[in-house]
Design a protein around this ligand. Structure first.
Ligand SMILES: *Cc1c(COP(=O)(O)O)cnc(C)c1O
Length: 398
C-alpha cells in the first residue's frame, strides 16, 4: 500500500465500533434495537406540548426517526468528525436536500464537471426551473481559476473528489479558502473516500453528503444517504428534509449501522485489491490508461497524497477502441465482476461508460470506452484470472 494508516484513522476505527450504541440500555444486546414506528404516544400533556413546540428531545413521530435512526446518525457523525448527521432515504436525497437548503431563486452555484450524473440532472432540471443557475467547472481548477467563476450571487460550490466515474482530484482546501472569502458554502460528495479516508471538516468543508448505500452499508442491500454539518447549517438541512417529507426506514438504518461496524476492516481491503487490479490493468495491451488517484501516474496524485488517508476500491481504466461485439464478449462471460449500478459492496463490479456524453466544462478526449471497476473482497488471483479470460474472449471476438 502506498500509505500506512494514520493515527486519525485508528481513532476513527474505534469510533466506528463504539458510536451510537449502549448495550446496557437494551438488556445487554450488542446492537441497538430496530424501532418500527409511526405513532409515538406521549405520557402527558407537557410532553405532547413540547413536541408541538419542537422542543421535545426524544422521538415524536415515525417520519422524523426513532432511536434506530439516531444511532446511525451518531455513528456517521463520528466517522466524519462533524457535529451532526441527518440520515436520508438515499444518497441522492441527501444531495437534493443539501442543494435546496442553501440555494433559492436568483442564486448561482458552481458544480464540478465530474459530478454524479443524477445530481447534474437535478441541477439542470428542478434547480433551473426554480430560477437557480449552475455553472460547471473543471474539477482540477486551482483557487484563482475557481474564484474567476464567482459572481456576487454565488452561494454554493459543489465538489466531488475524486469524481466517481473519471476520478479527477480537486484541491478542496483551496476551494474552501475561496468559499470562505466569498461567504459561499462548500459542499462535497464524499462517497468515494468516506470519512475514513477524507476528513472533510479538517479541510474546510461546510457540508458533507454521502451515499451510505455504498461502503457504509457495504453489502449491496440497502439505500441510505447522509448529510453531516455543523450548527446552523444543519438546522437549514433539517428544515428542508422535514418540509419535503423524507423518511428513512428503520431496517435500512439498522443495515447501514451494521455495515459501518466493519468499515475500518473492509475499506483497506478494497483499497489494496483496487491498487493491485489497477496495476494488472495498466500492464494489459488492451488498456490505454488506468485512472486511479493512488497511482503515481495520476495527474491529481499529489493532492491525493496530501489530503487523503487512503483510497477506496473504485477506479477506471480506458480501453483502446474495440468493436461493440468485442466489448460484449469481454463483459458477458465475466464470472466475478458483475455489471450493475452502485458499488461499495463486498463484490467486484465493472461497467462500461462514455464520459464524453456527460461533460460540459471539460471535453472528454478518450475515444475508447471507459471501464469503471469496483474491487470487491474476492481473492486478487481469481479476479485477475477472470479479467484475463475476458480479454482473451475480447481478442477472439474482435
Ligand atoms: C451512488 C452515488 C450517489 C447516490 O446515492 P444513492 O444512494 O444511489 O442515491 C451519489 N454520489 C455518488 C458519488 C454515488 O456513487
Amino acid at each position: 500500500m502506498d500509505k500506512p494508516p494514520s493515527p486519525a484513522n485508528a481513532a476513527t476505527a474505534t469510533l466506528l465500533v463504539t458510536s451510537g450504541r449502549n448495550p446496557h440500555d437494551h438488556q445487554g444486546v450488542v446492537n441497538p434495537p430496530v424501532y418500527h414506528a409511526s405513532t409515538i404516544i406521549f405520557p402527558n400533556l407537557a410532553e405532547f406540548e413540547a413536541a408541538e413546540h419542537g422542543t421535545h428531545p426524544g422521538p415524536t413521530y415515525g417520519r422524523r426517526g426513532t432511536e434506530t435512526q439516531r444511532s446511525l446518525e451518531a455513528t456517521i457523525a463520528a466517522l466524519n468528525g462533524g457535529e451532526e448527521t441527518l440520515a436520508l432515504p438515499s444518497g441522492l436525497a441527501a444531495m437534493v436536500v443539501t442543494l435546496l437548503a442553501f440555494l433559492e431563486r436568483g442564486d448561482h452555484a458552481l458544480v464540478t464537471d465530474a459530478v454524479y450524473k443524477p445530481v447534474r440532472r437535478l441541477c439542470n432540471g428542478m434547480l433551473q426551473r426554480m430560477g437557480i443557475e449552475v455553472t460547471y467547472f473543471d474539477p482540477t481548477l486551482d483557487a484563482a481559476g475557481l474564484e474567476q467563476l464567482f459572481r456576487p450571487e454565488t452561494k454554493l460550490v459543489w465538489a466531488e473528489s475524486p469524481g466517481s466515474l473519471t476520478f479527477e482530484m480537486s484541491d478542496i482546501p483551496a476551494f474552501a479558502q475561496i468559499c470562505q472569502k466569498h461567504r459561499a458554502k462548500l459542499a462535497i460528495d464524499n462517497t468515494w473516500a468516506t470519512g475514513l479516508y477524507f476528513k472533510a471538516f479538517d479541510h474546510g468543508v461546510d457540508l458533507v453528503t454521502e451515499a451510505a448505500t455504498k461502503y457504509l452499508v457495504g453489502h449491496s442491500d440497502a439505500m441510505v444517504g447522509a448529510v453531516t454539518a455543523r450548527g446552523d447549517d444543519m438546522q437549514r438541512v433539517r428544515k428542508v428534509a422535514d418540509e419535503l417529507g423524507y423518511h428513512i426506514a428503520p431496517d435500512d438504518c439498522y443495515l447501514a449501522l451494521r455495515g459501518m461496524r466493519s468499515l475500518a476492516a473492509r475499506l483497506p481491503h478494497h483499497y489494496a485489491t483496487g491498487l493491485k487490479l489497477a496495476e494488472f490493468l495498466a500492464a494489459r495491451p488492451e488498456i490505454k490508461r488506468v485512472i486511479h488517484p493512488a497511482r503515481r501516474d495520476h495527474p491529481g496524485h499529489a493532492l491525493w497524497r496530501r489530503d487523503y488517508l487512503g483510497a477506496s476500491g473504485l477506479f477506471a481504466a480506458v480501453l483502446h477502441p474495440v468493436a461493440h461485439e468485442a466489448l460484449a464478449a469481454f463483459t458477458d462471460g465475466l464470472e466475478l465482476f458483475g455489471m450493475g449500478y452502485s458499488w461499495g459492496g463486498y463484490e467486484s463490479l465493472v461497467i462500461p461508460c462514455r464520459p464524453a456524453a456527460i461533460r460540459t466544462a471539460v471535453p472528454w478526449q478518450d475515444e475508447g470506452m471507459l471501464l469503471r471497476f469496483h474491487a470487491g473482497l474476492e481473492d486478487i488471483g481469481d479476479l485477475t484470472a477472470d479479467l484475463t479470460a475476458g480479454f482473451a474472449r475480447m481478442k477472439a471476438a474482435g
